[in-house]
Design a protein around this ligand. Sequence first.
Ligand SMILES: [Zn+2]
Length: 326
Amino acid sequence: MLDERSYDRRRFLRDAAVGAAAVSTAGLAAGAPARAANTTTAATAGAGGSGAVSFRWWGTSGWRIDIGNRTVLVDPYLSRYDTGLFKGAFNENTPLTVDTTVVDPLVDRAENILVTHTHWDHFNDVPHIAERTGGRVFGTLTAYHLGLAYGLPSGQLAPVKGGEVLDFGAYTVEVVSSRHSRNGAWSMAFPGVRVSRPPRPEKISDLPEGDTLAYQIRVDGGPSVFFMGASDFAERNLVGLAPDVAMVASAASTATADYVPRLMAALDYPKVVVPVHWDNFETPLTNPPTVAPNDRKRLEDLIAAVRKASPRSRVLVPEYHTAYHF
Ligand SMILES: [Zn+2]
C-alpha cells in the first residue's frame, strides 16, 4: 500500500516533470548519453532540494549513493577486465582479478554494499571493497557464503531474501526477491547457488548467479529509488513499491514477455527511468560509455518501450561518475 504522503509527493514530482517528459534520444543517436542537466526539474523537487543526496552511475548496474556523509553502493564493479565477452570469445576460465588502481580511488567509504546477484560483473570487487571500507554486504545466501570464502567475517555479511525493510535512520533499504535476465536460449550463464562455504573463487565461473535480488532505497525526506541488476523480475513482488526513480536493466534478450510494460505497471510508472547494464563493461570507466552495437539497439528498444508504456516517465540515460539528484 502507498501512504498518502508518499503518493501525493509522487504525484507532485510526476506533474512537475511533465514539461520535460521523455528525454529525446537525439543525444543517444549522436553517441552521447543524455546530460546531467536533464535532471534539473527533479533536483528542485526531490529531497528538499538540498542536493545532499546524489546518485553516481559506475557502469553495468553499479551505483554510488551518497546520503549526507553516508555512502551506499549497489553492485560496484569497477575492475572491468576482459573476458572476451564483447569480442565473441567468452572465456569462462578468466581469472578473477581486482584492479585496485581503479577501485581504491573511487571507494573511500561504504556503509552498506547491496549485491543484486553474484555474477562476476556484479560481485567481483565486492569482497575487496568490503575489506577496504568495512562496509556491510547485503546479498543472497550465496553472496554470504562467497563472502566467507573470500575471508570476510560473518558479522559483515547480511543474507537477505526479499521482503526485508532495513532501517538506517536517514534511509531504508527494502529488499525485493527478483529474477535474473534470460538469454536468447531462455537460460542464463553460471546458474547455481552456494549453500555452504566454497573454496575461494579463482575464475569467473566460480561466481554463480546465486538467485537475484532488487533493492529500493527510500531516503527520509527524499526520493525512493529502485535498483535492478538484471532484466527480469517477479511482477507480484513489486506491488506497492511505487518508486520515484527506477534504475532498469536493459533486456538481455526478448525471452521475457512484455518486459517493459509489465515492469512499468508493476512499479506504478516511475517519474524517472534510468537504463543501466547497457554499456560495454570491459572497457575503462570513462565517458562516453562504450556501447556494443547490439547493446545500443537494446538500449534504444528499452527507451522506446518505456516511452510507449509509460509516456509520462522521463528517461535519463546516465553517464559515468556524474552526480544525479532526484
Ligand atoms: Zn548476471
